[in-house]
Design a protein around this ligand. Sequence first.
Ligand SMILES: Nc1ncnc2c1ncn2[C@@H]1O[C@H](COP(=O)(O)OP(=O)(O)OP(=O)(O)O)[C@@H](O)[C@H]1O
Length: 251
Amino acid sequence: MIYAKQLTKKFGELIAVNRLNLHIKPGEIYGFLGPNGAGKTTTIKMLTGILKPTEGEIKLLGMDMEKEEIAIKRSIGVVPDEPRMYDNLKGIEFAQFIMEIYKSPKEETMKRLEDICAAFGIDYLDKFIGDYSHGMKQKLMLATVLMRQPRVIFLDEPTVGLDARSAKILKLWLRKLANNGVAIFMTTHVLEIAEKMCDRIGIINEGKLIAEGNLEELKELSKEKYETLEDLFLELTGGNEFKDIIDQLGE
Ligand SMILES: Nc1ncnc2c1ncn2[C@@H]1O[C@H](COP(=O)(O)OP(=O)(O)OP(=O)(O)O)[C@@H](O)[C@H]1O
């Protein structure tokens, strides 16, 4: 569903993503973790056709990004960390606009949108997007992606800005989609979410994928037997340099 081979992005001298290999299967929720500036968003941008890689190969749903970019973009769903929408449209107008762009069957998609809005507590489709909070925009963005039923979904920090209820609904919703064969690629800084939600986790640091596997496999990789993903993550990404500071702060 998601395949990347030797994926690399350079910004001048900086290698933001360095020879990344990924292989994500149908029904899998893949968590992509890494410290600030590690290369997560750059990876998502390349995988979703927003940014052209310097080197490497991308295939989504068996299609080659170089040859079938439009067909890929039509088939996938992307929820960016900063949802950009048209402030002068009402929520419902934005949803209809998306349906038209993607040529979604109207009646059926509208029915799904209603169900999603009911689940996420979206009762503001008749109001202008310009008057929404960050979380309200995030939920509308999610709804307009989910209503299209894409087979592959990318989410950049999906729970940021969501209240506890919406975050919980999102987790359940994504698991249901995965059970139906959808592949989900998400970044998060919330390690607890990765631990609870993801079937497999990849850790990127300074552009390189330094570890990958399910929770048990990742724990095997660490020098010490860690109980939590947080401790393991800190070890793998060099965060133990801060151990003294953490000790001073009394943890
Ligand atoms: N358009 C750009 N031009 C130059 N450098 C960039 C550009 N976009 C990203 N970078 C750099 O590439 C590196 C990776 O950035 P990226 O946004 O992918 O990190 P991230 O893992 O998503 O970080 P965060 O967790 O803070 O969102 C950083 O050093 C960043 O400064």
